[in-house]
Design a protein around this ligand. Structure first.
Ligand SMILES: Nc1ncnc2c1ncn2[C@@H]1O[C@H](COP(=O)(O)OP(=O)(O)OP(=O)(O)O)[C@@H](O)[C@H]1O
Length: 280
C-alpha cells in the first residue's frame, strides 16, 4: 500500500467505522429487497407488502403473477420509480430510498431496462439506438451530435453479440419485433449495467422469437455475470429460460424457488389462489 492509499484507508475507516467482514463478492446479492412495502398514495392500498428478493450475479429470475400482482411495481422500486413506503431496496450495495434525485439518475444509468414495446427511436439507425445507452452515463455526445468512436466500436460489438450487426445502419422501425428487442438488449448492455430488468420483454413476440430473446438474456446473464429479472406471463417460458422463479400474488411473494422445482401447487398459489380469493 502506498502512503496515499494508507491515508485514504484511514479516512475511509474513520468515516465508515470499524471494518465488518465483507460477504465474498460472488455471494453478495447485486440486488437485495427486504420487507418492501409500496403504496402509491396514502389513501391507496399497499401494492407490495413485505416483499423479499435477492438477485445474484449470473442468474435469471422470472417474476410471475397475474395482472396487477405488482410485478412492474417491484421493478420500478428497484430504480426508485415506485415509492418505497417501508423496507429496504439495495442495488449494488446502494440504498435506493436514500438517494437524491441526481444520485437516482446515476443509479438508473447502471440499470439496463428492456420493455415490452422495445422503446427504440424508430427513425434512427439501429447503431444510434444502441449508442443512446451510453447517454445514461457521462454523456459522450459531443456538440455535433456524434458519439465517441470507442463507443461506436463498442455499440457495433454489442450488435454482433446479439446477432444483428448486419442491421446496424437500418432504421430501427424497419426491423422485426424480435430484432428490435435484441437492439434494446444491446442498448441496455451499452450501459454496462449492474442488473437488467426486463418487464414482459416477449409479450409482443411470437413463440420462436420469445425463446430467442430469453435465451439471449440468459446467455448474457451467465457470460457477463449480470443478474436479470424478467417478468413473464407465460409459465412454460419462465420454466425453460430462468434459474429461479418468484411468484407474486396480491403484492406478496407466495412462491420462491428453483425453476426446476416449481410444482402445480406452487402455480395454483400464484394464479388460481388469487382468483379464488377475489371471487371466492
Ligand atoms: N402509478 C400508480 N398509481 C397508483 N396505482 C398504481 C400505479 N401503478 C400501478 N398501480 C397499481 O398497482 C397494482 C400493481 O400494478 P403493477 O403494474 O405493478 O402490476 P403487474 O403485476 O405488473 O400487472 P401486469 O401484469 O398487468 O403488468 C395495480 O393494482 C395497479 O393498478
Amino acid at each position: 500500500m502506498t502512503s496515499i492509499e494508507k491515508r485514504e484507508a484511514t479516512v475511509m475507516s474513520t468515516l465508515l467505522g470499524p471494518r465488518v467482514p465483507a460477504e465474498p463478492a460472488a455471494l453478495a446479492a447485486r440486488v437485495s429487497v427486504r420487507e418492501l412495502a409500496v403504496r402509491y398514495a396514502p389513501d391507496l392500498p399497499l401494492v407490495l407488502d413485505g416483499v423479499d428478493l435477492d438477485l445474484h450475479a449470473g442468474e435469471v429470475v422470472a417474476l410471475l403473477g397475474s395482472s396487477g400482482s405488482g410485478k412492474s411495481t417491484l421493478m420500478r422500486a428497484l430504480t426508485g420509480f415506485a415509492p418505497i413506503t417501508s423496507g429496504e431496496v439495495t442495488v449494488g450495495g446502494v440504498d435506493v430510498a436514500r438517494l437524491r434525485r441526481r444520485q437516482l439518475r446515476g443509479l438508473r444509468a447502471e440499470v439496463g431496462q428492456v420493455f415490452q414495446q422495445f422503446n427504440l427511436i424508430g427513425r434512427l439507425p439501429v447503431l444510434t439506438n444502441v449508442l443512446t445507452g451510453a447517454l445514461h452515463g457521462a454523456g459522450p455526445l459531443n456538440v455535433l451530435g456524434t458519439f465517441r468512436s470507442a463507443d461506436r466500436v463498442r455499440a457495433f460489438e454489442l450488435l454482433e453479440r446479439v446477432g444483428i450487426a448486419h442491421k446496424a445502419k437500418d432504421e430501427a422501425r424497419s426491423l422485426s419485433g424480435g430484432q428490435q428487442q435484441r437492439v434494446a438488449i444491446a442498448r441496455a448492455l451499452m450501459q454496462n449495467p449492474r442488473v437488467i430488468l426486463a418487464d414482459e420483454p416477449v409479450a409482443s413476440l411470437d413463440p420462436t422469437m420469445s425463446a430467442v430473446v430469453l435465451d439471449l438474456l440468459r446467455s448474457i446473464a451467465r457470460q457477463e455475470g449480470i443478474p436479470v429479472l424478467v417478468s413473464l406471463h407465460v409459465v412454460p417460458l419462465a420454466l425453460a429460460h430462468s434459474d429461479r422463479i418468484v411468484g407474486l400474488r396480491g403484492g406478496r411473494v407466495v412462491v420462491e424457488g428453483s425453476a426446476t422445482d416449481l410444482t402445480e401447487t406452487d402455480l395454483r398459489a400464484v394464479y388460481h389462489g388469487a382468483a379464488t380469493e377475489e371471487h371466492g
